[in-house]
Ligand binder design. Structure first.
Ligand code: SF4
Ligand code: SF4
Length: 259
């Protein structure tokens, strides 16, 4: 009897730092099991051996920042049965989306010795702005256990079981004392998507919002809390403009503090 074909996995990089792809390589205990279930067909970060598509599952890291990216993502979509975006760059434009609030030509003239060689778009945008995306996994970087859950869900034909609630719920679950209530430390946890396990509050620091906005974030109310703690409007603008600056709820809230 013929052995059934293993589903083909491809990992693609766009504009990014590679940190989310490294989360896959970081799945040390699970990687062999994954390799047993999937044919890792295209993963240049890990191997030069490339198998031609089409692919059953594509993991896409990075945002669209160049004309070439904008073309290539359509090729990736056409070659992929399921396409999952991984990380803040791919799901929200990433830290490089800070350019979206300014004129990118100004940066180019300051940063590069020969600006004429630079081919770039005016904005850094998430993958979902360009092609259909089957699932978005958030974080900067993503949580490796959530990544294994997403791949496992794909293999079993079910929806990934990743929480939609805020970091506050993770705090409560691990029994961490709230740094905002107990110490007046500003924290983005109430508006931030769970996934990190509330690491920063467990070290007595406020959340930085790495996982982006949760499902129903009340950013206006949180800003009012922060102002009550003595935080200035300019600082609120700065905290909402970080890894997930171009995610709509964070973008709108930062815009409110622009002047
Ligand atoms: S989301 Fe963060 S860790 Fe992942 S590629 Fe982008 S910058 Fe790197
Ligand atoms: S420390 Fe931050 S994330 Fe944790 S419960 Fe308090 S506000 Fe929420």
């Amino acid at each position: 009897m013929a052995t059934p074909r293993k589903p083909k996995l491809a990992v693609w990089k766009f504009s990014s730092c590679d940190g989310c792809q490294l989360s896959l390589l970081d799945c040390e205990d699970e990687l062999l099991d994954l390799a047993g279930e999937l044919e890792i067909s295209n993963f240049p970060e890990a191997s030069r051996a490339l198998v031609k598509g089409p692919y059953d599952l594509s993991l896409v890291e990075g945002s669209i920042t160049t004309p070439n990216d904008a073309e290539r993502i359509h090729q990736v979509r056409r070659a992929s049965k399921f396409l999952v975006t991984i990380g803040a760059c791919a799901t929200a434009g990433g830290i490089q989306a800070l350019r979206n609030f300014k004129d990118v030509k100004e940066f180019i003239s300051i940063v590069y010795a020969t600006p004429a060689y630079i081919s770039t778009l005016g904005k850094s945008t998430p993958i979902a702005d360009h092609v259909r995306v089957d699932f978005e996994l958030r974080g900067c970087p993503i949580n490796k256990h959530q990544l294994v859950e997403v791949i496992s869900a794909f293999l079993h034909g079910r929806k990934p079981n990743t929480p939609a609630h805020s970091v506050c719920v993770e705090c409560k679950r691990r029994g961490t004392v709230c740094v905002m209530v107990a110490h007046g430390t500003p924290c983005l946890g109430p508006v931030t998507h769970a996934g990190c396990g509330a690491i920063c509050p467990s070290y007595s620091r406020g959340c930085y919002g790495c996982f982006g906005p949760m499902e129903t974030p009340n950013t206006k109310s949180l800003s009012a809390w922060w102002l009550g703690l003595g935080v200035q409007g300019q600082d609120l603008l700065r905290v909402f403009r970080s890894f997930n600056a171009y995610a709509e709820p964070f973008r709108k809230e930062s815009d409110r503090h622009e002047n």
